[in-house]
Write a protein that binds this ligand. Structure first.
Ligand code: CA
Length: 393
């Protein structure tokens, strides 16, 4: 009885807090009416899409929670560029050959690069995120940090709906508002999405042609140079220092050649162009000379590891080999198939890890830590080849 009373008063307190949040959201939305109209959202559109809208406070938790787990680059790359994604990407290159040829003719970006972006951004249209965009961006416009930034994206979302490019119920995405095959933010959509299938709508949710062309348009506007490489892996001379070098410190190829850098197959560097030296895991890991085209890919998400995943996937789609230099670790990362295998093995051992989806979330990490303790190794919550081998045995 006592427990019941406590539970009841807790529920009451929670529902009061929720009512306050909902009221605060309602008055915030009322205050956004005028600025929305000034930003080109009609009264009718605003009312239609915000009527009865409840906040989703889980997006504020996402905004505030820095991931506690820092993914090593070899894990990141092993999951993003695995045999499964290469195979699927090659099949899609063939399936969409005509569209991709037209996209290349119009924007000057080759099919493998466009399909690699698609594969990394949304797993070729299979992972869009499931947050209704109006609700997520409405909440981020009214609570938490960066409200003015998110208000801009919220108004852009309402303008996209107002223009009828995408049906409201189809407009779902990441908690932060990136959506569709290309995971564009709404303001990026407005600047760069194109209608390539000619139906009058720029539809990044349900039109593959629009999505592929919009990706190519993004890269073209970001400075993509037609017919040029993003870069390539290089072999550094023994003892070479990479300190002070980076993507942005570009030097003529001749200068790199004079320093003794070679391509990993031993062939000499190109004689034209300039590039920066990027070694994301230091001089003992894979090193790359990267050109302006890498910068165009980088601008898609402003992360070098992310850019490298796209660049490398594009090479693999063209038939290129995995990196010649191993990452500097004795415990390499897992492909998505291997992550699913680890999850199945954890299930077999009685851990509640949710569904086997190849994504190692909080539940999987807790189970991994438990198994690591049992095995007498450091309980990091990270799974690599070593743990996979131990669990198989
Ligand atoms: Ca269209």
């Amino acid at each position: 009885m006592r427990h019941l009373l406590i539970a009841t008063s807790l529920t009451l307190a929670l529902s009061t807090a929720w009512a306050q949040t909902a009221n605060g959201f309602g008055s915030c939305l009322s205050e956004l009416r005028a600025p929305a109209r000034a930003a080109g959202v009609s009264e009718a559109s605003f009312a239609r899409h915000t009527q009865g809208l409840a906040p989703d406070m889980s997006v504020i938790e996402k905004l505030d929670n820095q991931p506690e787990f820092r993914t090593p680059i070899w894990d990141y790359m092993a999951g993003l560029v695995d045999d499964e994604r290469v195979e699927q990407g090659r099949a899609l290159l063939a399936q969409h050959r005509d569209t991709l040829a037209q996209v290349e003719a119009r924007y000057g970006v080759d099919p493998a690069t466009v399909v690699a972006v698609w594969g990394v951004e949304s797993n070729f249209g299979q992972s869009f995120g499931s947050y209704p965009l109006v609700q997520a961006l409405g909440t981020l416009s009214c609570f938490g940090r960066r409200q003015s930034y998110f208000r801009g994206e919220f108004f852009a979302t309402l303008r996209i709906l107002q223009a009828g490019h995408i049906a409201p119920e189809r407009l779902v995405g990441s908690w932060a508002g990136a959506f569709g095959h290309t995971q564009f933010m709404p303001s990026t959509f407005e600047r760069l999405a194109v209608d390539f299938d000619g139906d009058g709508k720029r539809d990044l949710m349900d039109s593959t042609a629009d999505a592929l062309a919009s990706t190519a348009n993004f890269l073209q506007k970001a400075g993509w140079q037609t017919g040029q490489t993003w870069g390539f892996e290089v072999k550094l001379p023994a003892g070479f220092s990479t300190s002070g070098e980076g993507r942005r410190s570009k030097r003529p190829m001749g200068e790199w050649a004079a320093k003794g850098l070679k391509r990993v197959d031993g062939s000499p560097l190109p004689t034209q162009g300039s590039a920066g030296l990027m070694a994301l895991a230091g001089p003992s890991g894979p090193a790359f000379l990267v050109t302006r085209n890498f910068d165009a890919v980088y601008s898609y998400n402003a992360a070098e590891s992310y850019g490298l995943a796209i660049a490398h996937l594009s090479d693999r789609l063209r038939g290129g080999a995995p990196f010649a230099t191993p990452w500097p670790t004795d415990d390499p990362g897992l492909s998505r198939a291997e992550r699913r295998e680890i999850q199945s093995l954890l299930l077999l051992r009685g851990h509640d890890i949710g569904t086997v989806d190849g994504m190692l979330g909080d539940k999987s990490r807790a189970a991994i830590r438990a198994e690591q303790s049992r095995l007498g190794v450091e309980a990091t919550g990270r799974a690599g080849q070593k743990l996979l081998k131990a669990l198989r045995g």
